[in-house]
Design a protein around this ligand. Structure first.
Ligand code: 3HC
Length: 290
């Protein structure tokens, strides 16, 4: 994105400094917005900042980004553990916390207490209902989904999700905001998994079923899909990238919302999540990471 430094960007607050929150914050800073990343503890914020620094370094090493641009992006990023103060002057609030409806409701209620009514409110939920999340807000017409893909720095798509009560102008604003990030927005309805996760996650889950049935080893399943279907990575490596907890949450939502046995969560997926083996972010999932 070419940033016009003479024009101030928007004041954007990203709630959650995990894999997605930090990626979204990085994309927003890259588009010239002034970003505050909020989380409950300093360690989570430090980890988020380290992930952003790693991603920016990678872009600089590849020659995609100049060192000065990377420094400018870092300078547009602030962090805070004080949600009330952070959202007080926000023009856009993007929530990217873990997939728990009670947590999201609690967070959106607090945003409502302290953020301007006019602020655009977006959730990056990967599986929960945007309509249900919006019920916690006094301004549900200002709430929509902005669903990014991991790694955010690389993948161009954003699903803009229209909740039942999302207004037309909110949707238009969200589309323009995503375009301003250099992303390609696609508007979709508030159905379980939206478009990408509705199609991608059952495939990943099926690969875990195949592993459990002894079809092949994890390495061979991944190699098969990479070399036989020309995909950038195999399904189990992809689950490790997404996070096994997030993958399981999406499958469970698809299963719960549709009662369709096709979406039955693979037992091995649940087992690994219970063991805290969540993929790349914990160093082990279907594969091990340095
Ligand atoms: N930050 C910046 N750049 C990055 C990066 C990051 N975090 N990760 C990768 N890159 C860049 C690399 O520098 C490289 O750049 P180049 O093309 O200029 O050389 C390019 O991306 C490719 O990376 P690598 O060469 O290291 O490795 P790969 O070619 O294997 O690509 C990948 C890695 C981009 C992760 C690729 O394997 C891929 O696209 N995998 C599929 C990812 C996918 O499907 N994601 C969607 C998950 S679903 C989701 O997120 C929704 C949620 O709700 C569950």
């Amino acid at each position: 994105v070419n940033v016009d430094e003479s024009r101030p960007g928007l004041r954007v607050v990203v709630l959650g400094a995990g894999t997605m929150g930090s990626g979204i914050a990085q994309a927003c800073a890259g588009a010239g917005h002034a970003v505050t990343m909020v989380d409950t503890g300093r360690e989570a914020l430090e980890r988020g900042l380290a992930a952003i620094a790693g991603s920016l370094d990678r872009l600089v090493r590849k020659g995609t980004l100049s060192g000065d641009d990377a420094t400018a992006r870092r300078s547009r990023l602030a962090t805070s553990t004080d949600l009330a103060a952070a959202v007080a002057g926000a023009e856009v609030v993007i929530e990217a916390v873990y997939e728990d409806m009670a947590t999201k409701h609690d967070l959106w209620r607090r945003v409502d207490e302290h953020a301007p009514e006019a602020a655009l409110r977006a959730t990056n939920t990967s599986s929960l209902s945007v309509t249900e999340i919006a019920q916690a807000s006094r301004a549900p017409q200002r709430v929509c989904g902005l669903h990014f893909f991991n790694p955010v720095a690389v993948l161009p798509l954003v699903e803009v999700v229209r909740g039942e009560r999302t207004s037309r102008s909110t949707l238009d604003e969200a589309v323009a905001f995503a375009q301003g990030l250099g992303k390609t927005p696609i508007v979709c309805g508030d159905t379980p998994g939206f478009i990408v996760n509705r199609l991608l996650i059952p495939y990943v889950n099926d690969a875990v079923h195949a592993l459990g049935e002894g079809v092949a080893s994890a390495a061979d399943i991944d190699t098969a899909m990479k070399l036989g279907a020309n995909l950038p990575m195999g399904p189990l490596a992809l689950a490790d990238l997404i996070g096994l907890d997030v993958t399981l949450a999406v499958v469970e939502t698809l299963h719960r919302e549709t009662a369709d046995p096709r979406f039955r969560p693979a037992p091995r997926l649940r087992q690994l999540v219970r063991a805290g083996k969540l993929g790349r972010k914990t160093g082990e999932g279907f594969h091990r990471y340095e």
